[in-house]
Write a protein that binds this ligand. Structure first.
Ligand code: ADP
Length: 437
């Protein structure tokens, strides 16, 4: 296609030369006649044809030039747009209220925003020392050196110890890390106000309730037969109120603790006590068994572990109809964890409630809880106690078939090195919902 057009141009050039040159010569010697004019006109036509042929070539050259220029322009615009976007992202990160620090593989600050200067005291940009060294002497510096957890929920701000921080560190890019620190001082203060309020109200209610309960105990329903049902109800309700206040005080006490006593808790007598308590609460309405598959003891607070375990026992008795089975067991998992569990053949809990059971006053059925003398605080107490032992609560349940509540204590709390593995037949049957709380 291209070579055809070249050929054509060559032929046209030859014709052009063959017509225009003789015409020019004749004109030069003064013999201009009609045929010299015809030759000249023909030459002009050929010249026009030449131009016409040449134009596409020139046009394509021009279009290339035009095309090249917009692509360079587009590239420039694209780069400008990217630069603007980058600036916007950096400005947003710069004015973000949380501290953001980008650390390189040596742990040195590559970039930090304004909040990082304010909260962490990172004012000098050109400090080449690792961040842990720059913050040495602060809790954050020590934590960075250890880097045991990815999230530290509450620590003083290095720049101002009156401020409290929640700090997260995460991998970023190939070998970098991103440190985020949020000022949680206001949140902490609000939480403290809430805790103080609940503790104070409970304390204030405790004395008048004790007085009322005392007087009610003095009144014998037999002496006032017409008021007997009223008196019985009043005693029951005042007992419930006292129990709620006691549970709220227990929760307040647990909330203010960061650690509990680290005693040697002898499990054999504790398990026996729990079994007796279950028998006493059940009053012969259930078949109660104790299966101690291991004889290991644990480290922790004996008083609080007893309180957590007996809450589970009490629930099993209260939510299992007469004739049902309740099995207390003490076992170890293949990972060496120690597990205290209470399995019942009672009412069970629908799956959608499992995740919320440890919330204060959360009840699957409010009327059932009240009828059985519940306060709605038992599992919240259990959860707090287990948290303070770095333990967890696993729940499995199937409505109409029963529930299993298991307190799983880490191997580091176990006082014994022998491992008695949990029976693999313990796996949940179909239809059972399970939850780690
Ligand atoms: P409560 O004092 O109401 O029993 P808890 O915090 O101990 O409060 O338990 C929360 C709710 O969980 C209870 O109201 C009850 O609905 C449900 N629940 C707890 N244990 C069991 C169980 N073993 N079987 C069935 N439901 C249970």
């Amino acid at each position: 296609m291209r070579s055809d057009s070249v050929m054509l141009r060559v032929v046209l050039a030859a014709i052009l030369a063959g017509t225009l040159l003789p015409a020019a010569l004749i004109a030069a010697v003064g013999g201009a006649t009609w045929w010299t004019l015809a030759l000249t006109a023909g030459g002009e036509i050929i010249a026009l044809l030449w131009l016409a042929l040449a134009r596409p070539g020139r046009a394509s050259g021009l279009s290339n030039a035009l095309h090249d220029r917009p692509s360079a322009h587009a590239e420039h615009t694209r780069q400008q747009r990217l630069a603007t976007q980058l600036r916007d992202v950096r400005d947003a990160a710069q004015s973000w209220p949380d501290a953001i620090v980008l650390l390189d593989r040596q742990g040195c600050v590559r970039w930090r925003n304004t909040a990082a200067s304010r909260l962490l005291g990172l004012h000098r940009q050109a400090d080449e020392r690792p961040l842990a060294d720059r913050l040495s002497g602060s809790e954050l510096g020590a934590w960075l050196r250890k880097e045991s957890d990815q999230l530290h929920t509450d620590m003083p701000a290095p720049a101002d110890p009156a401020l409290r921080l929640s700090v997260t560190i995460m991998a970023f890019g190939a070998h970098m890390q991103l440190l985020l620190a949020r000022d949680i001082s206001t949140l902490n203060r609000l939480e403290q106000v809430r805790r103080d309020f609940v503790a104070n109200v409970s304390h204030e209610l405790r004395t008048p309730l004790t007085v009322i309960h005392g007087y009610l105990e003095l009144l014998d329903p037999a002496d006032l037969p017409e008021l007997a049902p009223v008196l019985v109800e009043m005693r029951m309700q005042s007992q419930r109120m006292r129990q709620i206040v006691e549970d709220l005080l227990t929760l307040s006490r647990l909330e203010t603790r960061h650690a509990l006593p680290d005693e040697h808790v002898a499990m054999a007598p504790l398990l026996e006590t729990l079994r007796r308590e279950a028998e006493a609460l059940s009053q012969g309405r259930h078949i109660i068994t104790l299966d101690a598959a291991t004889d290991v003891d644990v480290r922790g607070s004996g008083h609080d572990l007893h309180s957590a375990f007996s809450n589970l026992v009490s629930n099993a008795v209260r939510y299992t109809p007469s004739g049902g089975n309740i099995r207390l067991s003490w076992q170890r998992t293949s990972a060496g964890e120690a597990v205290f569990s209470v399995r019942d053949s009672g009412l069970g809990i629908p799956a959608e409630h499992l995740g919320r059971l440890t919330e204060r006053f959360y009840r699957v059925s409010a009327s059932r809880s009240r009828e059985s003398g519940g306060t709605g605080l038992g599992l919240a107490i259990v959860k707090h106690i287990l948290n303070l032992h770095q333990a967890r609560l696993d729940v499995e349940s199937e409505p109409g078939r029963g529930s299993t509540f298991a307190c799983v204590l880490d191997v580091s709390r176990v006082i014994d090195s022998t491992i008695d593995t949990l029976d693999s037949g313990d796996s949940s049957p179909a239809g059972t919902s399970a939850r780690r709380l």
